[in-house]
Design a protein around this ligand. Structure first.
Ligand SMILES: C[S@@+](CC[C@H](N)C(=O)[O-])C[C@H]1O[C@@H](n2cnc3c(N)ncnc32)[C@H](O)[C@@H]1O
Length: 456
């Protein structure tokens, strides 16, 4: 097929997921690795009618806003998209993505972000990374991330968004030699479980995932090397995680009981922002639910609601990951709380079970709901929901029946969040919409929306 004629374009905007946008003769072009203000030559593209994807393009004249990248791998590594975009601009675009999703997807044009809270750290903020790796026959260890739009490994010796402690482990690992008879691929999950405090040694959990069958024994050598590092509190193969290992996470500090986690357990990647969200949550719940019940949907280990339970609120949490629920209930017991219970079931089954006394059962039941204690029914004063990227479509019919007074929706995907809020739109009013930049240098953004029932 003949190549289309090359086109000179000026990038005018950014799309959600970070691609640049340009217009030509009524067609919208999406281009990778460009910034607003860049002048480019698009040499080849895939034509989809009203829009096109550039597959080959050259930067002719860079935008004046472009800044030098702090990362040596930004041209090849598929991790961060916006290292050359000034931080203030990153925030402006992220707030725009949230507003745009609310208008286009949620059809809620009056809803706009009141503030986008910047990350306390713009680099070295991530306390959890998943590296790809390879042991080679010459004994060397390679670690890195996938190349953009490919599964080729880009070797790195440091990551500009990972915490200094994770980089320390990465650098030490690269100095090692581990002789094997053949090349062996693996994945390495590194997570920080305690913060540096004066005189305290911070610690890392290192989980090695074999990616090819029959390589676990060879990779045990890597586990042993990691175990020898002072920074590493625990290291093991993924298959060892059948036994739960509870590890204090995020220190105790100010005589507070520590949070606990386990290797590979979900934890928010940006601790400073996570604390800011928890702080806002406690203010919001203080204002509206002095005695009422709070439900924490998609609760993980209770990150968002344990503090509320300690402040005296009645908490019911629900989560699909059995290990997370064990950890949450372990922390409840350790704190001597009698006002919080965390349940292992799907969020929609939980809501269905909660409503059984008040509402007819839904026609289509995906799971048979486990029984809940007698108090798990009646009015929900505040419902916190922090679903995965896919959102919580399956919970919406239940929410419209149960009618919690307030819904506090935390989301890492503005599109699915806007879709869900749009569907609740007639019954609920959006009272607050706030962005939290958990992920500087990338297009990702966390959003918190507070919805109030219109007619209680
Ligand atoms: C974004 S995380 C939030 C975790 C927690 N709120 C926190 O701050 O650490 C989403 C959680 O939803 C859980 N999850 C996914 N699908 C679920 C479902 N259908 N029902 C209940 N929990 C689910 C995942 O296991 C994960 O822990």
């Amino acid at each position: 097929m003949m190549k289309p004629t090359a086109i000179n374009l000026t990038v005018t905007g950014l799309a959600y997921k970070g691609q640049g946008i340009a217009h030509h003769l009524g067609k919208v072009f999406f281009i990778d690795d460009v910034l607003p203000g860049d002048q480019i030559l698009v040499e080849d593209y895939l034509d989809h009618g009203s829009w096109a994807e550039a597959s080959e393009s050259t930067l002719v004249s860079p935008a004046s806003i472009r800044q030098p990248s702090p990362c040596a791998y930004s041209d090849t590594c598929g991790g961060c998209q916006w290292l050359e975009l000034p931080y203030a601009e990153q925030q402006r675009w992220k707030a725009g993505f949230i507003n745009d999703a609310m208008q286009r997807v949620g059809k809620l044009s009056a809803c706009t972000v009141d503030e986008l809270r910047p990350s306390p750290l713009q680099l070295h903020y991530r306390n959890r990374i998943m590296l790809r790796g390879q042991l080679s026959a010459d004994g060397s260890i390679t670690l890195g991330y996938f190349r953009k739009k490919s599964r080729d490994l880009v070797p790195i010796s440091r990551c500009m968004i990972a915490t200094p402690l994770l980089n320390q482990v990465l650098e030490r690992l690269l100095e090692q030699r581990l002789l094997t008879e053949r090349a062996v691929k693996f994945r390495l999950n590194l997570q920080v479980v305690e913060l540096f405090a004066e005189g305290q040694q911070a610690s890392v959990l290192a989980t090695v995932h074999p990616v090819e069958a029959g390589t676990a024994t060879i990779l045990q050598g890597l586990v042993s090397v990691l175990q020898g590092f002072a920074e590493v509190l625990w290291s093991g193969l993924h298959e060892e995680l059948k036994t739960l290992r509870l590890i204090p996470f995020e220190g105790g500090g100010d005589n507070q009981a520590p949070f606990y986690t386990a290797p590979e357990q979900f934890q928010q990647v940006n601790l400073g922002q996570n604390r800011a969200v928890r702080h806002l949550l406690s203010q919001l719940v203080d204002n509206v639910a002095p005695r009422g019940t709070v439900v924490d949907l998609f609760c993980g280990t209770g990150n968002l609601s344990l503090g509320l339970a300690q402040a005296g609120r009645r908490i019911f949490g629900v989560e699909l990951n059995a290990q997370a629920i064990k950890i949450a209930n372990f922390m409840v017991a350790g704190r001597g709380l009698t006002n919080a219970q965390y349940f292992h079931m799907s969020a929609d089954s939980f809501l269905e079970a909660w409503g059984r006394h008040r509402a007819p059962p839904l026609k289509k039941r995906r799971h048979s709901p486990q029984s809940l204690p007698a108090e798990a029914q009646g009015l929900i004063e505040v419902l916190i929901a922090d679903p995965p990227r896919a959102g919580m479509k399956e919970c919406l019919p239940h929410l419209l029946r149960l009618r919690p007074r307030k819904i506090i929706y935390l989301s890492c995907d503005p599109i699915t969040m806007a879709r869900d809020i749009g569907k609740l739109g007639e019954a609920y009013e959006v009272e607050l919409l706030r962005g939290f930049d958990f992920f500087p240098q990338t297009y990702h953004v966390e959003t918190l929306a507070v919805l109030t029932l219109r007619h209680p």
